[in-house]
Ligand binder design. Structure first.
Ligand SMILES: [Fe+2]
Ligand SMILES: [Fe+2]
Length: 266
C-alpha cells in the first residue's frame, strides 16, 4: 500500500489513494483483524507529477509575501511540502519494516499520511480558488534529500524528518496564518489552522518513537538527537522557535537550542 502511494505521480491521485489505504488500515484495526505489515521495496524517490518543475532552492523566484502573487507562491510552497510529507510518512513504513515495531508505530504514520493528504488537498483548493494550481510555479528540488540521506538510518530519519523539519513547521505556521488573516483570505487561514493543529501530532509521533528506539538501544535521547541531526541535517537550526508547541509535541528546548548557529554547531 505504501509503495502504491509512493509510485503514484499525480498529487490528487496520490492523496486519494493515501486516504483510501489509511481508511482500509484503520477499518481492519477496528475490526480486530489488522492488515499484516509485510516487506516491500519503496523507490529511492517517489513518483511526482511532471509539473511543478523542481529547481534548486536558490533558483526558485522569491515574491513579496504581502502581494497576491506572493500569497500564491507561499501556498504553492506549502502544497509542495504537504505532498512531500505524504510520501515521507508512507516511506518510513516499508523502508524500516525489517525493524520490529509495535502496531502503534504504523497507526501513527498511516494517520499522519492521511492527514498530510488532506493538507495537500486543502492547500490545492485554496490555490485553485485564487486562480492558480499546484504545478503552476517551480518548487524546491531538495525536499526529498532528508529521506535519501537517512535511507538506512531509522533513528536518523525520525530525528531529521518529524523532529527537525516538521517541528520547523510549528515555528513558521503562526506567521503564515497571520499573513493570510491580514489579507482576508479566510479559506487559507482555515487550511493553515488545520495543518497547524495536526502537525503537533506528527512531531509528537516522531519524538515518541525516537525515544522508544533510544530506550531499546540504551542511548541517551538528547545525545543521540544531537549526534544524528549534526550528521544528517545540513545547516544549523533557526530560531525563533515555537517553544510552547514544541514542548506540547515532546521536544524540550535542550534538544534544539544546542543545534543553533549561536551554539557553534558548524
Ligand atoms: Fe502537513
Ligand atoms: Fe506533518
Amino acid at each position: 500500500m505504501a509503495v502504491e502511494v509512493l509510485t503514484t505521480a499525480d498529487g490528487r491521485e496520490k492523496t486519494a489513494l493515501s486516504k483510501r489505504h489509511a481508511e482500509a488500515w484503520f477499518a481492519a484495526r477496528a475490526a480486530g483483524d489488522p492488515i499484516p505489515v509485510g516487506r516491500a521495496d519503496p523507490p529511492l524517490r517517489p513518483s511526482r507529477p511532471a509539473q511543478p518543475e523542481l529547481r534548486d532552492p536558490r533558483d526558485v523566484p522569491k515574491r513579496k509575501p504581502g502581494s497576491p502573487a506572493g500569497r500564491i507562491a507561499l501556498l504553492h510552497a506549502v502544497a509542495h511540502i504537504e505532498l512531500n510529507a505524504v510520501d515521507l510518512h508512507w516511506d518510513i513504513i516499508p523502508r524500516f519494516a525489517h525493524v520490529p515495531m509495535p502496531m502503534g508505530f504504523y497507526d501513527d504514520w498511516v494517520k499522519s499520511a492521511a492527514e498530510e493528504s488532506r493538507h495537500f488537498n486543502l492547500v490545492c483548493d485554496c490555490l485553485e480558488e485564487l486562480g492558480s494550481h499546484y504545478g503552476a510555479l517551480p518548487a524546491h528540488a531538495g525536499m526529498w534529500r532528508a529521506a535519501e540521506d537517512t535511507v538506512d538510518d531509522f533513528m536518523g530519519r525520525l530525528a531529521v524528518v518529524p523532529m527537525v523539519l516538521e517541528a520547523r513547521g510549528l515555528d513558521v505556521t503562526p506567521g503564515m496564518i497571520a499573513l493570510f488573516r491580514k489579507a482576508g483570505v479566510t479559506q487559507a487561514v482555515d487550511a493553515l489552522e488545520t495543518i497547524y493543529a495536526e502537525e503537533v501530532g506528527h512531531v509528537a509521533y516522531g519524538s515518541k518513537w525516537f525515544h522508544f528506539l533510544c530506550g531499546r538501544h540504551e542511548e541517551d535521547p538528547k545525545e543521540a538527537f544531537h549526534r544524528l541531526v549534526r550528521h544528517y541535517f545540513h545547516g544549523a537550526l533557526k530560531p525563533p522557535f515555537n517553544e510552547e508547541k514544541r514542548a506540547e509535541a515532546g521536544l524540550p528546548p535542550d534538544f534544539y537550542w544546542p543545534l543553533t548557529d549561536a551554539q557553534g554547531t558548524a
